[in-house]
Design a protein around this ligand. Structure first.
Ligand code: AMP
Ligand code: MG
Length: 351
């Protein structure tokens, strides 16, 4: 399949190009597009064949439901059984923005889109190109992240092209995704709201609006035997090609340990990469040492994580060691993705 790659600037949206992209969706095709979180792989959420095509293009298991993206709040009513008070409050506080809500679905949403569930995940992005595109597409765009299943989510068009060129109809290049991690997911379909995936909107922020919010225990605990409530969180995900381990403990000991492990790996002719911070970058001896940003700047760490994992892939790095990060605020989302990328392999130097 030929994939048309076009550029659209969020500050100066080309109406003609957006109309063409929307038309592809209306005809049942697939278009990758930028959002403020990561790039999405869009199809018509109300067309079961489009959802099937999304799963095929990504190589994604079809029991892993898609998020339906909308461009205006009133469009939510058509695809849910009822807009609950909690949903209205969260929309008021965080939409448009990087928050996905799960509610009981209306009949018009096909099970192909919801992975067989009777609930639907909905998000209204703030990115202007994304919103113009969703409107042009008819208002309901099902979109998972635009990577091949199992690879880190793409935060720029280069990586979408790497994974999707030849598999979909169009890629809209809109530059860098600002946040760089997928949306926060909160399930509102049962009695107490539950955080299923941490993201840029934090648990504290959700609790400020809703009061009681539970958290799916499996989010941070690799040993937890429960099944994650978001089907997508069950799969190893976000993974780089190299074997990634996270080293936890006092920072000086972390640096020393990573350097010892690096020397051992190098003596076995392995290519080693390190995820460091601005504060420690100069202290490591590995072939490829990348700073993910300053420890004082969580936004940059979130923004850089997937890019760094992809860069290690590009450099054929075989073993990756990473420092670990605080788990409060956005740090919870950062550590959740890092732990998943590492398949929960941790070298714990504490206690
Ligand atoms: P992605 O599209 O790659 O950001 O992944 C979407 C995430 O949302 C996956 O982890 C899905 O399992 C989750 N998700 C989507 N719809 C639902 C739903 N109805 N119930 C629970 N999780 C959902
Ligand atoms: Mg994804």
């Amino acid at each position: 399949m030929y994939t048309d790659i076009i550029e659209i600037n969020e500050e100066n949206i080309d109406a003609q190009k957006i109309a063409e992209a929307g038309e592809i969706i209306r005809r049942g095709g697939l278009v990758a597009f930028p959002t403020e979180t990561v790039y999405g792989l869009g199809g018509d959420a109300l067309n079961p064949d489009s959802s099937k095509k999304i799963y095929a293009a990504k190589g994604r298991p079809s029991d892993n439901p898609l998020i339906v993206h909308i461009a205006s709040l009133k469009d939510m009513e058509k695809i849910v059984e009822a807009v609950t008070d909690e949903a209205a409050k969260l929309a008021e506080a965080f939409w448009p923005g990087p928050l996905t809500m799960i509610l009981k679905k209306a009949q018009c949403v096909p099970f192909e889109t919801t992975g067989g569930l009777d609930t639907v995940a909905i998000r209204m992005p703030v990115h202007r190109t994304a919103r113009a595109f969703i409107e042009a597409a008819g208002g309901y765009v099902a979109a998972p992240s635009a990577n091949l299943s199992g690879k880190p989510s793409p935060t720029c068009a280069k990586y979408v092209i790497q994974d999707m060129d030849g598999r979909i109809d169009m890629i809209i290049d809109g530059g860098d995704a600002g946040i760089g991690l997928e949306s926060t997911i909160v399930d509102l379909s049962s009695d107490v709201p539950m955080l299923l995936r941490p993201g840029y909107i934090t648990l504290e922020q959700l609790r400020d609006v809703l009061g009681d919010v539970d958290i799916d225990k499996t989010i941070m605990d690799g040993n937890c035997k429960d099944r994650p409530k978001a089907p997508g969180m069950r799969y190893r995900h976000y993974a780089p090609k190299g074997d990634l381990k996270i080293v936890v403990g006092d920072l000086q000991r972390v640096v020393d340990t990573i350097n010892d492990l690096t020397k051992q790996a190098c003596s076995q002719k392995k290519r080693v990469g390190v995820i460091a911070t601005d504060e420690t970058q100069g202290l490591y001896c590995a072939q490829s040492v990348k700073s993910i940003g300053s420890r004082t700047d969580e936004d940059t760490i979130a923004h850089r994580l997937y890019t760094i994992l992809r860069e290690f892939d590009d450099e054929d790095i075989e073993i990756i060691y990473s420092e670990s990060f605080d788990v409060s605020g956005v740090g919870q989302a950062i550590m959740n993705r890092l732990l998943k990328a590492a398949g929960h392999q941790i070298i714990n130097l504490e206690g």
